[in-house]
Design a protein around this ligand. Structure first.
Ligand code: C2O
Ligand code: CU
Length: 544
């Protein structure tokens, strides 16, 4: 049975304030308790309620995605993440993945990462800092709650999601994700962007498959079952869900809206466009591509269309092959019903530039150059992957990336696989310097698989004359995720120092506002959830 599209209205997730206000009007740190609950959620009018794991201030308030947390720049938010999940998972997971096995049989291991947050590593949701209900079992890097988010970073869009090693793909699939905003009214109000709950909306996108009884569907058999009985290299679903509803609709006025669009899928990329000639302003183009965990902050002016509706659709192939020219048949994501009643004028605007004084990426300031190589291993004689590694090392091997606080480094990310991998670095921000294809990549790969030494394998030779790929303008800023193209080398400049940690300070600081060298440390990884769970992740330790 096919589900009818555009029959459920787009919900707004509950909002939680991450700060307190005293009687005198002063802003003070906020204390939240957010639970993870075993509950149900209606994804579609005609689909029975679906069992989910969901975040909420209470069981009754738990939603998929979870509540949107609104934090104030410079005001800390403390969150006690409480695991109320049952003894076992309702989705299949794979006990042969390196670290999930360590959880033993009791409880569902979870840990929460605030993606894009600049926080001490004991609050960063290290993938080995997991815990089960009642803290009955804890991972080797566990830290006691609550987590502290200083929010001493520029305003913007973050998200929180599960990060338990070997279980991230099933915990997020089950519903454990939500949006988080850092706001700064003093800095943002003068920009006059569309604002207020009605006109400034989060859109959290993901794909799922459902069984007729409403249950989430995930394949129980691995692609290489004798190696990993359940693990599959990528989860793709045929239903597109926005804010927890399959193919929803939203009634909009004929005016500007701000949309903060997050791709919370396991593996699906979205290349989004609107029908009726409508554009995404900010990005300044008619479509854009968001990989898993990427967030696009766009303005759409529905007054530019005279039509009564506009469909948002996706034409990115799955799996995403990496050549931006590749397109699939467009599939609908959601529909906007454009209403005419122009009661009050739209006084919002799109400013020519957003936040001033971000430092420009300058490779000359790099204190070191590192090479990060992406490998996919297959079973002999097949092209079915068994696992993925960074730098030919398992996640559990000792740390090798030890950048110095206050410096920047050039990372040459060498992608020897056939897929595009969205690389995410915790704590740091990075800018893309250049992307260039490797020539005779098979020869280079053969050598690298044996030696893992780009110099000895003649990387320079293989890059000479390689095609240079243009980085789209909206992806040239400071990011925490970037799509690393296959058979190419992507050079990024990674900053191990914050952008200005408060709005009163000059444009950059060399020290983080907390001790980055202590605690369980940080990680970097591919953000295809099925890849990060199968070891496309490495630890990172910041030193002084
Ligand atoms: Cu969005 Cu390490 O994760
Ligand atoms: Cu990947």
């Amino acid at each position: 049975r096919r589900l009818e599209k555009f029959v459920d209205e787009l919900p707004d997730m509950p909002r939680l304030r991450g700060y307190g206000v005293t009687e005198g009007g002063a802003l003070v740190a906020g204390n939240l308790t957010i639970g993870m609950y075993d509950t149900t959620w209606k994804f579609h009018r005609d689909l029975p309620a679906t069992r989910v794991f969901a975040y909420g201030a209470s069981r009754e308030a738990a939603t998929v995605p979870g509540p949107t947390i609104e934090a104030m720049r410079g005001v800390p938010t403390h969150v006690t993440w409480a695991n109320h999940l049952p003894a076992s998972h309702f989705l299949p997971w794979d006990p042969t993945l390196a670290t999930a096995a360590a959880a033993g049989a009791r409880g569902v291991p979870t840990v929460v990462h605030l993606h894009g947050g600049v926080q001490h590593s004991s609050s960063d949701g290290h993938s080995l800092a997991w815990f089960t209900a009642g803290l009955a079992a804890t991972g080797p890097r566990f830290s006691r709650p609550p987590y502290a988010y200083p929010n001493r970073q520029p305003p913007g869009n973050l998200w929180y999601h599960d990060h338990a090693m070997g279980l991230t793909r099933v915990n997020i699939l089950a519903g454990l994700m939500g949006a988080y905003r850092v706001v700064s009214p003093g800095e943002e109000a003068p920009l006059n962007l569309p604002s207020g709950e009605a006109f400034d909306r989060n859109l959290v996108l993901f794909d799922r498959d459902f069984r007729a009884d409403g249950a989430l569907f995930m394949n129980r058999t691995g692609n290489n079952p004798d190696v990993h009985p359940q693990w599959q290299p990528e989860y793709f679903g045929s239903v597109v869900v926005v804010n927890g509803k399959a193919w929803p609709y939203l009634r909009v006025r004929r005016r500007r809206y701000r949309f903060r669009i997050l791709n919370a899928s396991n593996a699906r990329f979205f290349r989004l466009s609107l029908s009726g000639g409508l554009r995404f302003v900010h990005v300044g183009s008619d479509s854009f591509l968001v990989a898993p965990s990427e967030i696009a902050d766009v303005v759409v002016d529905f007054a530019e269309s005279s039509a009564g509706a506009a469909v948002l659709s996706n034409d990115a192939p799955a799996p995403y092959p990496g050549d931006p020219g590749d397109k699939a048949e467009p599939v609908a994501v959601m529909k906007f019903l454009i209403e005419d009643a122009a009661t009050e004028p739209d006084t919002s605007a799109v400013p020519a530039s957003l936040m001033p004084h971000y430092p420009r990426p300058d490779a000359r300031e790099a204190a070191a150059t590192r090479r990060i190589t992406m490998y996919e291993y297959t079973k002999n004689g097949t092209d079915e992957p068994t696992h993925l590694y960074l730098n030919a090392r398992s996640y559990m091997e000792p740390v090798t990336e030890t950048p110095r606080e206050g410096t920047s480094e050039v990372w040459e990310v060498i992608n020897l696989t056939d897929d595009n991998h969205p690389l995410h670095v915790h704590l740091a921000l990075f800018a893309v310097l250049e992307q260039r294809s490797l020539r005779r990549v098979d020869e280079f790969r053969d050598c690298m698989v044996r030696r893992n030494d780009a110099g000895a394998c003649g990387m320079g030779r293989h890059l000479a004359g390689g095609r240079r790929h243009v980085v789209p303008p909206q992806e040239r800023g400071w990011k925490n995720v970037f799509k690393v193209r296959p058979s190419a080398v992507t050079r990024i400049l990674v900053r191990f120092k914050p952008l200005a940690s408060d709005d009163a300070s000059p444009e950059e600081d060399s020290r983080f506002p907390f001790d980055v060298t202590t605690g369980p440390g940080y990680v970097y990884h591919c953000h295809i959830l099925d890849h990060e769970d199968n070891e496309m992740m490495r630890p990172m330790k910041i030193v002084r």
